[in-house]
Design a binder for this molecule. Structure first.
Ligand SMILES: C[S@@+](CC[C@H](N)C(=O)[O-])C[C@H]1O[C@@H](n2cnc3c(N)ncnc32)[C@H](O)[C@@H]1O
Length: 323
């Protein structure tokens, strides 16, 4: 296997909680295959397992293809959003299954490692980072249509811009930064990552921090461009649908809003009755489909954070299908 361009986060915890060695012939889905680090480790730990890897980014899939080549047809890769999981997983299970029961029962484990990979951040042409100069793009799938970061900063009004900076970036200076963006774009559009970083830095009046003043603005734009929170909300129930009874869903998030969606959805899916508390008789008929494997999220320890500072905000939550 090649040296990894992205270090997989919480790797041992993912392998443990998905109980990969207990299912050596398991069916696994990596909905965010990236450079294939987690996927390769799953295939190595479970010598007869099959794995379906999805990614929205064709460049990531090319790296995953190299990384997973030694596993031959045990690994299948598809260019798809994990939001399409309900369509692609049954089709893949039917394709690889020897018996009809494999097809109906679903996957043994599904992993979603949300967010962005190191190679995406490090490639100036993708426009994710202010450390390099590049076009303001930030789409995970640059050829797939959708709005770019340049379109947002050059066309949205200041209220809409301030709103995403505040909500997705937790940027306290959101209004001031939004006004500075509108003033800077009036003579000519803002086109590059460095230009935007300089506009934000010059508008920023807060105390000096360890991070660059544009960090939160870039994070907010990336989340808005890719509708990342909407995608997480939509995929979780669909991923649970794709699990067999006893199968597990593991989700690694890097942003507090993402983690909140994962925590609340898992709690909802693990609860039988969701009627409001004063109601004496249940009328909702809600039935739990999962049990919580992790009551508190698993987070990287100090040695992992030292070795890979990008892991520091990671939180892993896991559920098991029960019905
Ligand atoms: C943190 S990286 C995954 C790294 C991977 N676990 C590894 O070990 O290399 C997240 C990946 O998710 C992909 N991604 C983001 N949104 C996606 C979506 N809606 N569907 C599929 N992949 C997505 C990104 O393109 C990126 O490659």
């Amino acid at each position: 296997m090649n040296e990894l361009p992205h270090i997989p986060v919480l790797l041992d915890a993912v392998l443990d909680t998905l109980r990969v060695t207990d299912h050596p012939a398991g069916r696994y889905v990596d909905g965010t295959v990236g450079a294939g680090g987690h996927a390769a480790a799953i295939l190595q730990a479970a010598p007869e397992a099959r794995l379906l890897g999805l990614d929205r980014d064709p460049a990531a899939l090319a790296l995953a293809a190299e990384q997973l080549a030694p596993f031959g047809d045990r690994a299948t890769l598809r260019h798809a959003s994990y939001e399409q999981i309900s369509a692609v997983v049954p089709a893949w299970l039917a394709f690889i299954s020897d018996t009809a029961s494999d097809t109906v029962s679903g996957a043994d484990g599904i992993l979603l490692d949300l967010g962005i990979s190191s190679m995406q951040v490090d490639d100036p042409a993708r426009g994710f980072a202010f450390r390099h100069d590049g076009p303001l793009d930030m789409r995970f799938d640059p050829a797939g249509g959708g709005i770019s970061a340049a379109e947002i900063v050059n066309t949205w009004d200041d209220a809409a811009l301030a709103d995403i900076l505040y909500t997705y970036g937790e940027e306290r200076h959101s209004r001031r930064i939004a006004r500075a963006i509108l003033a800077a774009r009036a003579p000519q559009p803002i086109e590059s990552t460095r230009q935007l970083a300089e506009i934000v830095a010059s508008a920023y009046k807060g105390p000096r921090e360890k991070i660059h003043p544009a960090t939160r603005t870039f994070q907010a734009l990336r989340i808005a461009v890719n509708d990342e929170l909407g995608a997480v909300e939509r995929v979780l129930p669909r991923a649970i649908d794709c699990l067999k009874v006893g199968g597990r869903l593991a989700v690694i998030s890097f942003h507090s809003l993402e983690d909140r969606i994962v925590k609340q959805t898992f709690k909802h899916e693990a609860t039988d009755c969701i009627c409001p508390p004063p109601q004496p008789v249940c009328t909702c008929d809600h039935v739990a489909r999962v049990r919580l494997v992790t009551r508190k999220p698993i987070q990287p320890d100090a040695p992992e954070i030292d070795a890979n500072p990008r892991s520091r905000s990671a939180k892993l939550r896991v559920v098991e299908r029960i019905e």
